[in-house]
Design a protein around this ligand. Sequence first.
Ligand code: 4AD
Ligand code: MG
Length: 456
Amino acid sequence: MQHIDLKEIFSDKSYLNQEVTVCGWVRTSRNSKTMAFLALNDGTALPHMQIVIDKAAGLAFEDAMPVGTSVKVIGTVVEGQNGGVEINAREITVLGKCPADYPLQKKRHTLEFLRTMPHLRGRTNTFNAVMRVRSVLAEAIHRYFQERNYVYVNTPLITGSDCEGAGEMFQVTTLGYAPDFKSEEDYNAHDFFGRRAGLSVSGQLEGEMAAMAMGKIYTFGPSFRAENSNTPKHLAEFWHIEPEVAFMELPDVIALAEDMIKHVIRTVLDSCQDEMKFFDQHFEKGLIARLEELISHEFAVCDYTEAIRLLQESGEKFQYPVEWGCDLQTEHERYISEKVFNKAVFVTNYPKEIKSFYMKQNPDGKTVAAVDLLVPGVGEIIGGSEREYDYDKLVAAMTERNMNLDLYQDYLDLRKFGSVPHGGFGLGFERLIMYVTGVQNIRDVIMFPRSAGYIR
Ligand code: 4AD
Ligand code: MG
């Protein structure tokens, strides 16, 4: 159906006084004695287009009035009251009627209520804005890497090895329950792949293989985690950006993460001004100023050992006790980024026991060259490290963790054939969107969230 995006009409003055065809859904409508008005939105822009109906012209418009109705309008673009544009309708066609039980009748609904209708909530201002920011961020991330000689690699979603080793892997199977298998091994041997398979928690291991060939790679795809934690920042299916770079050491990983985050936030501030103003107004007062501040200062860097000292000396009552060796909980991460530094902080060199097998072992024998990026309001949005590239040290770390080395032969081979120092990180895309928009629940920054006990 030939029509023009409302976004084009809002942004291009040459449509003024021209006749146009537009389509969309009625967000609100108003009927007065001589005139009727529709606020139309087609999803291409945040503002609604006012459609003005002069009743004297005798248009059949009554069926277009109910909220949620989809319509096609032919009319002339004219200047509206406050400097904007509106359309004087000449012809209105109802494409799809919308009865009174359409759930989005009110102007504002709670996010909890909207979560109960994933198929419709995209038609609200909030989701319109979130999804556009999400889309612009995705493009900005691709462009950032593409312009810097990175190769975009698609790593498998079905995998035979657990990258993070945290036991959070969903199993992939075609075999139903049957009591007659002799053992778990027997069961796995009869399964589709002839061995146990799962949904990947991270593309890193394959990303390293690609980086050992193409030098600089990144992935951008879904990762899956069977985390039972029903928190506002965990999904069972999230989107993961994982650059992996040959010859990169920990300070280089940190520099890359900082530069990329600043770059993509700058892009969103510049190209999503309506959306960012909306979030500033409705979700977090001062959001734009906070992001401007963030990208104009250097991020802090803090050693894990120092972070523990700061937490212990804080006098704060934490739910989880703090001692050297403990994993940082969200409350600790937020205290460090919000109260101590009041900006983004890289925490480095964590105890090896709480991090994955592949991280480069530091000379102290206790810590690994890991880095997490913590931001105010959200906590961890990035986890990364320099990788252990010494064959013997890697085997030792895996043996200590009782890992089955047979499953990681290809990965270990990389350390035999021209091994190089290398590193990378994983950025949780939804966590970044939360941070950029001020939206506080991860279920509200992805169209169709999946989490423990929830799929629709
Ligand atoms: O810290 P994580 O577990 O690190 C890795 O997976 C590494 N293999 C990354 C790498 O070095 N290539 O996960 C990385 C990021 C986290 O910082 C977080 O932002 C996000 O992925 N993340 C999740 N986001 C939403 N829901 C979940 N359940 C997440 N688990 C991790
Ligand atoms: Mg992590």
